[in-house]
Design a protein. Structure first.
Length: 94
């Protein structure tokens, strides 16, 4: 197991996760042997996230980023063919 890293105050964009919208506020209570952090998303939502998911870039937002990407992809699919179902593959962005 690695050593503890205090991420309090980290803006994840400045720590190697360019798409991240999270800022770490403080450490909260551990759960199931994992360290959790209270984070604030750029949209204003606050949520508790596992530290390893923050550092690895798995968690990038509260979910608002995923919703924006999905909405953009739906607009692109809708414009690509008005009368046909688009065969364009939509890549998942976490």
């Amino acid at each position: 197991m690695g050593s503890f890293i205090d991420m309090t105050g980290w803006v994840m964009k400045e720590h190697g996760i360019p798409e991240s919208r999270l800022t770490v506020i403080k450490r909260v209570e551990n759960r199931d042997k994992h360290i959790f952090w209270l984070c604030k998303c750029e949209c204003g939502n606050e949520l508790e996230i596992r530290g390893d998911q923050i550092r690895k870039g798995i968690a990038k937002s509260c979910g608002c980023y995923q919703k924006e990407i999905a909405a953009q992809n739906m607009i692109q699919v809708g414009r690509s063919n008005k009368n046909k179902i688009s065969e364009k593959r939509i890549n998942y962005v976490g």
